[in-house]
Design a protein. Structure first.
Length: 159
């Protein structure tokens, strides 16, 4: 037997609070998956050649430039990392918009081998994973990002 959802004018304080908490939980869940594709990242074993090619392509990107940002055009966290990095004017940077590729899920599968995360953004310096949005944002707010970029040779050292 189902209990009908109470009409708004009959809600008590607890009923309103439960609705607010449920709404907040939904926002948290939605924001955590917005930069993750809804399709489960499963790939058949017979595509090993394609995966190997993607791995080589990622390796080439990571070695070819000082800084690489794997991003998605619609991801708010990717946009925020770009805003954080923009004032530093990194000259040797490649931004790979993963969602514009036909093989985006496989690219994210391969990236996970470097970063141990499957979401974007993912920021690399000199081929090494620096962090996702949370890490880059924390480094910036702690005043440590400039030093990391300088030490990596991505930006000139301040005198």
């Amino acid at each position: 037997m189902s209990v009908p959802f109470p009409k708004p004018h009959t809600w008590d304080h607890q009923g309103k609070m439960r609705l607010i908490i449920c709404g907040m939980a939904l926002v948290v869940v939605m924001s955590s998956v917005i930069c993750e594709d809804q399709i489960q990242a499963t790939t058949p074993a017979d595509d090993s050649q394609e995966r190997e090619q993607i791995a080589k392509e990622i390796e080439k990107m990571l070695l070819a430039t000082k800084a690489v940002l794997f991003s998605k055009t619609y991801c708010p966290y990717s946009k925020r990392v770009k805003l954080i990095l923009e004032p530093y004017r990194i000259k040797d940077i490649h931004v790979e918009e993963v969602n514009l590729r036909n093989d985006s899920l496989k690219v994210q599968d391969e990236l996970e081998k470097y970063s141990h995360i499957h979401t974007v953004p993912q920021f690399f310096l000199n081929g090494k994973f620096v962090g996702n949005f949370d890490r880059i944002n924390k480094l910036e707010s702690d005043g440590k990002l400039r030093q990391i970029l300088e030490d990596a040779g991505a930006i000139p050292k301040k005198h």
